[in-house]
Design a protein around this ligand. Sequence first.
Ligand SMILES: C[S@@+](CC[C@H](N)C(=O)[O-])C[C@H]1O[C@@H](n2cnc3c(N)ncnc32)[C@H](O)[C@@H]1O
Length: 226
Amino acid sequence: MAALDSNPRLRLHDVMSDDKPSLHAAYALKTPADNKRLYAEWAGDYDRGFAAREDYQLHIHTARAFVGAGGQGPVLDVGAGTGLCGAVLADLGVGPIDATDISAEMLDKAMRKDIYRDAIEADLNEGIPVPRDSYSGIVSSGTFTHGHLGPEVLPALLRVARPGAQFALSINAKHFEALGFATAFDNLQAESRIEHLTLAPVRIYGDLAAGPNKDDTALIALFEKT
Ligand SMILES: C[S@@+](CC[C@H](N)C(=O)[O-])C[C@H]1O[C@@H](n2cnc3c(N)ncnc32)[C@H](O)[C@@H]1O
């Protein structure tokens, strides 16, 4: 402790540690530019340093739910990151799969896994630069969460989905409540834009997780574009 007190650089590092890529830092992001910055730094270490260490399971639940509901390609993986969800989909025989994400560095990691047909670098808040009705399936794992995307981007996803397209979107359960996803889904159903909505709770992390978020849950929103 005496060594720390006498070393201002170490003290500063301790204070600044929340700025390093971590779940805590990711949940505190405020803007798309914040997301770009954090994930540029996190891309290299995301799979081994975060997903493996925290026993991350959400991409597996999401991909299995999509396939269990009869989902088929072509699929768009929204907020694909390093491609964890796409890898499970590909193992389950689904394809072709495109990846979209705001982070070029995360997409670079995803494309090196030879899972995806195309990478589409885009801020989902600005829409997706592909023609309407492009996809038979839309998946998203871990991207509808604190500091990331809210229900306002759902219309952009519906635009690129064909009529009858299957959706499987994971939504952090607390984020679902805080940002009014229930109302957004109620409105989309009332407007006959989506149908057959189910919301199944799952654990985001497995039994090996140890951090403060180890018991966090998400809802897997399964629905079809009308
Ligand atoms: C927690 S990671 C999830 C990655 C992957 N789907 C998984 O399950 O491991 C969230 C991803 O959302 C992306 N993201 C954040 N804000 C975004 C935005 N506005 N538009 C597109 N992607 C965004 C980040 O770059 C990051 O790759």
